[in-house]
Design a protein around this ligand. Sequence first.
Ligand SMILES: NC(=O)c1ccc[n+]([C@@H]2O[C@H](COP(=O)([O-])OP(=O)(O)OC[C@H]3O[C@@H](n4cnc5c(N)ncnc54)[C@H](OP(=O)(O)O)[C@@H]3O)[C@@H](O)[C@H]2O)c1
Length: 236
Amino acid sequence: MVPDEPVAVVTGANGGIGSIVCNVLSEHFAVTAISRSGGPPRDHHEVDLLVHCAGAFDQGSIGETPGSAWQEIFEANLFDVVQTTRRFLPALRKAQGRVIILNSTAVSGSPANKAAYTASKAALQTFAQALHQEELENGVRLTSLYLGRVATPMQEKVCALEGRPYDASEFLLPETVARLVLGIAFSPPDAHITEMEMKPAWRPSRVPLSARQLFDKQPENPRSVDETPLVTAYQG
Ligand SMILES: NC(=O)c1ccc[n+]([C@@H]2O[C@H](COP(=O)([O-])OP(=O)(O)OC[C@H]3O[C@@H](n4cnc5c(N)ncnc54)[C@H](OP(=O)(O)O)[C@@H]3O)[C@@H](O)[C@H]2O)c1
């Protein structure tokens, strides 16, 4: 470790996003990588950055999801985050450090058939809001990052459970998330980025056609545009 090098702690360090976040941060920070297969993390007197990249996903209706699955998901997505944050909070306060929590755009979508995941991320949102407010006076700045789909092993699992093919090119790259994390870490000292949302960029092949475009594609259609039902279809 280079003397006076800032310290970053990253959870889920073996994961799709966490591993890249560790790589990108290691150019600027002494990184303590926390993973389930690694030993207990070393303690630090001061921590400049804590990035929560650990998390778990499962899918299923409430009727078919056993209590044990809810417990596992809440363990990964909430309780571990609470525990790790509390563990490093004194060191974060000393350094007036930043905390970045990876949350999901799922919190603002339909929770049906993924209630355990969505509920755990909604609880994480509440935790983050409380931490944000409580730690302002201690100089600890928290950022919640709400991500759309990212090309990682977790997304492969999501696609498999949804019964659709996994095509990484449809999703955000973990490198893009890591660059955003770095940007937040190095945002000017007068800035507190409290929340950000990032989704995969718009791509023409996935854009719904408007009713007018649908109608134009079928010139033999005798009905007027105004009568065209307001349905959407996907190209390709
Ligand atoms: N990928 C997406 O589309 C997406 C979208 C929105 C938000 N996110 C969020 O981004 C974060 C990272 O996701 P990812 O895509 O990188 O997932 P990933 O590739 O599956 O990695 C998740 C990591 O979390 C660790 N983990 C799982 N359960 C854990 C537990 N109970 N305790 C401690 N660690 C645990 C895993 O450890 P092991 O390596 O030991 O299994 C793994 O390293 C998650 O919070 C996820 O909810 C992801």
